[in-house]
Design a protein around this ligand. Structure first.
Ligand SMILES: [Zn+2]
Length: 491
């Protein structure tokens, strides 16, 4: 598991001034290199695609396969008999798979052909480009190559090549990438030092945030003992302070201290952003966050921005305007980050709740996009981001996150299991029409989620989706019967 800690650094070796200068230069050159390398990867992708598409044989085979896929899809869509329909869907999926495999093979061939023309491996090509254009330490070059390759891969997964995401632009103050193996920690009279490249020695300053000192010391002791392995990290400047973003590989936690079978159910809502409870203990529950606080702070920010924009319109030019423009930029950024900050707060609270109660699993609803939109009445609110944060924070603690079908979770009684529409009287109250159980509605939903075993990983598996599908099919059937009757009538 990876652990990160921020540590303030000062250079204490004789080459202090040159040292700071060197790091700032390196950050500047690295910014150039990151953008160059990233753009290079995208350019190479396009060149390879071009190579593939110039091949007549490929074009012919590809359009033929595509035609077949379309035909199979049409047949599947037209079929009425359920059994037959299922079979046709299988053949359609198989054809689609075939096309996918074909594309993959041809991509591989084109990549090989490209490699033969330009020579070297992709890694070396990036390296050569950086060597030519930028003046960097060899460690930084290594860091750039692996970072850019990884970033590019992630962006492709997120849909870069299908226009779902635009090309990445690295910031000017992107932290300097440093290799873990180049950071050599040692201790002298209660102080911690790090020997780095070019004879630079850093001293670790631990007393910035007082309450963290003990924790940081224990982390550094573990580094010295080699129980924590130093990974590739980075150095950044924060208001002229130099900060090491130290990344450590620490041994996985024992998961034995979790109580078997205990699950946390998380209900994401509007008034209370997250409500948590346990599957096996009725009285442990908690509402996390409040939408009123959230809205108040956000409105304050928006008002400040509006005032600034107004006063900007009155100023014609000069230094004053420039200053105000900068302030406006900062404010906008803060506003955009606010949701993220709030999601960080919520996710930390949820995972802490699970840990405190020794639950090794967290259940959440699988939210479909349209339902998500429905639930998030607030502009810019991102449940998806929140769920992603919960997932990675839970993983760090050895807690599993699973998604359950959201079908009926808020309309079913968590005590007797009775389902009926209209049991959620108000936003806050749930009253069971079978057993008269009266309870906080968010708590009721979180209980259903905690106890649910209908795990799903795709929206098409949800009961909601199946029901919708069934209604559509029924309508289709009815239409056919009516048509048949009408045709009899015509005769
Ligand atoms: Zn009931």
């Amino acid at each position: 598991m990876i652990l990160t800690r921020k540590i303030k650094l000062v250079i204490v070796s004789e080459n202090q001034n040159e040292g700071y200068q060197l790091i700032r230069n390196e950050i500047r050159e690295q910014h150039k290199a990151l953008n160059l390398a990233y753009n290079h990867l995208y350019f190479e992708h396009n060149a390879i695609q071009k190579l593939k598409q110039n091949d007549e044989d490929y074009k012919k085979k590809c359009s033929k396969l595509q035609e077949q896929v379309n035909k199979k899809y049409e047949e599947y869509q037209k079929a009425k008999d359920t059994q037959k329909k299922e079979k046709l869907r299988d053949t359609y999926n198989k054809k689609k798979e075939e096309l996918y495999k074909f594309e993959k093979e041809r991509n591989e061939e084109a990549r090989k052909a490209y490699q033969q023309v330009v020579g070297f491996t992709q890694q070396t090509r990036i390296r050569n480009l950086i060597n030519r254009e930028c003046n960097l330490m060899s460690d930084t070059k290594d860091g750039i190559t692996s970072k850019v390759t990884q970033d590019y891969k992630n962006d492709c997964k997120a849909g870069l090549l299908y226009g779902k995401r635009s090309l990445r632009n690295y910031r000017k103050d992107n932290p300097l990438l440093v290799r873990g193996r180049s950071l050599k920690f040692y201790k002298e009279n209660e102080d911690y030092f790090i020997k780095w490249n070019k004879g630079i020695v850093f001293k670790c300053i631990l007393h910035i945030r007082k309450k963290n000192i003990a924790e940081l010391k224990s982390v550094l002791e573990n580094v010295l003992l080699n129980t924590y392995k130093v990974c590739d990290s980075s150095i950044s400047f924060d208001n002229k302070e130099m900060i090491l973003n130290l990344s450590l590989n620490i041994p996985d936690k024992e998961t034995q201290d979790y109580i078997p079978g205990r699950i946390v159910g998380v209900d994401l809502g509007i008034k209370i952003p997250a409500y948590v409870s346990l599957s096996d203990k009725v009285y442990v529950r908690k509402g996390i966050g409040s939408i009123d606080d959230f809205l108040r702070v956000r409105t304050q920010m928006q008002e400040r921005r509006r005032r600034l924009q107004k006063s900007l319109a009155a100023v014609k030019g000069g230094k004053g305007r420039e200053k105000k423009l900068k302030a406006l930029e900062r404010l906008k950024e803060k506003e955009a980050n606010f949701v993220k900050t709030y999601n960080h707060f919520l996710s930390t609270q949820i995972v802490t709740f699970a840990m405190k109660n020794q639950a090794g699993q967290i259940n959440m609803e699988f939210l479909e996009f349209d339902k998500m939109k429905n639930k998030s009445l607030l502009r810019n609110w991102s449940y998806y981001q929140l769920q992603t944060m919960i997932e990675y924070k839970a993983k760090r603690e050895g807690i599993v996150v699973r998604y359950v079908d959201a079908y009926h979770t808020s309309q079913t009684c968590s005590k007797c299991g009775h389902y009926e529409e209209g049991q959620r009287n108000t936003q806050e109250k749930f009253v069971c029409k079978n057993c008269d159980f009266e309870v906080n509605a968010d708590y009721n939903a979180s209980q259903n989620i905690a106890k649910s075993t209908s795990y799903i990983s795709d929206s098409t598996e949800s009961e909601y989706h199946k029901q919708k599908q069934k209604v559509l099919e029924d309508v289709e059937k009815e239409k056919n019967i009516i048509n048949e009757q009408l045709s009899l009538f015509d005769k």
